[in-house]
Ligand binder design. Structure first.
Ligand code: OAD
Ligand code: ZN
Length: 246
């Protein structure tokens, strides 16, 4: 089967990388963005633009906490897809996970080499002095009406430590991701609609020299390009692949 073929390619690869999107976390109870009932069904993406944050940080933060609650409110834990990727890294057949997710679940599952392209929602960053703080107590302050929240060190404005629309990606993270994609003999693009740039350019780059494997419930713009396409659940396909290395 195709699972065996992909496992064989991973075993033979010098460099293998996975790019993940919101679809790897839906089984953890976190809605994705673009499916029916997804985050962009319930919230207006325009509210999460960097310009909005600058123009009206109070409204931005109130919406942000509401959205965070809707997405990550439950008891959020890694699922079989995160665990399978961590297992493949331990088995020595996966070199890195590049993720668009901000939920921190790859690290929680035990993946060590993780590139967070869109930052992490579990922290906030000071716009003035660049200090980082845990997000949870800051969200609590916002709910208590202390908004917009400011930095304990310098009084500067705090921002979620995620990449907002209209904001640059951390240059180091994107460079690392590009290098991984360029070097990859096998590139797994999993649980992503592959519709947001520049992350979506990575599988295309990888496909020039490497084998591209896409796992997603629905077709993506890369469907025609992929060497292997599984229109299937990541919590089934990834453990099946990882199981070949036990
Ligand atoms: P999307 O919501 O655009 O795509 C998630 C994809 O995962 C959809 O195509 C679903 O069909 C699929 N999916 C959901 N559950 C799945 C499962 N169990 N197994 C397989 N596939 C599944 O999310 P992303 O591609 O991650 O940006 O979106 C990229 C970026 O857009 C996000 O990082 C976010 C958003 O705006 C920022 O926050 C900067
Ligand atoms: Zn500060």
């Amino acid at each position: 089967r195709d699972i065996d073929a992909v496992a064989g390619e991973l075993r033979a690869a010098d460099h293998a990388v996975a790019l993940t999107g919101a679809g790897v976390s839906t089984a953890s109870g976190i809605p994705d963005f673009r499916s029916e009932g997804g985050i962009w069904d319930k919230f207006d993406p325009n509210e999460f633009h960097y310009q909005r944050f600058l123009a009206d940080p109070t409204t931005f933060w109130e919406k942000r906490v509401e959205m965070h609650e809707a997405a990550f409110g439950g008891d959020v834990e890694p699922n079989a897809a995160h665990e399978a990727l961590a297992e493949m890294e331990r088995a020595g057949v996966l070199d890195a996970v590049v993720t668009q997710n901000t939920d921190g679940l790859h690290a929680a599952a035990g993946s060590e080499s993780v590139v967070e392209l869109h930052g992490t929602g579990t922290r906030v960053a000071c716009e003035e002095c660049d200090s980082r703080f845990d997000a949870a107590p800051v969200h609590e302050r916002v709910r208590d009406g202390d908004v917009p929240p400011t930095c304990e060190d310098c009084g500067g404005l705090l921002k979620p430590d995620v990449v907002l629309f209209g904001e640059e990606m951390p240059p180091g993270a994107f460079q690392a991701a590009r290098n991984h994609a360029q070097d990859a003999d096998v590139f797994l693009a999993v649980g992503s609609s592959l519709s947001v740039q520049p992350a979506a350019s990575l599988p295309r780059l990888a496909a020039r020299n490497g084998t591209l494997v896409v796992v997603n419930l629905e077709e993506t713009p890369l469907s025609g390009t992929a060497d292997y396409e599984f229109l299937a659940d990541v919590t089934e396909v990834l453990p099946a692949v990882a199981g070949r290395f036990l």
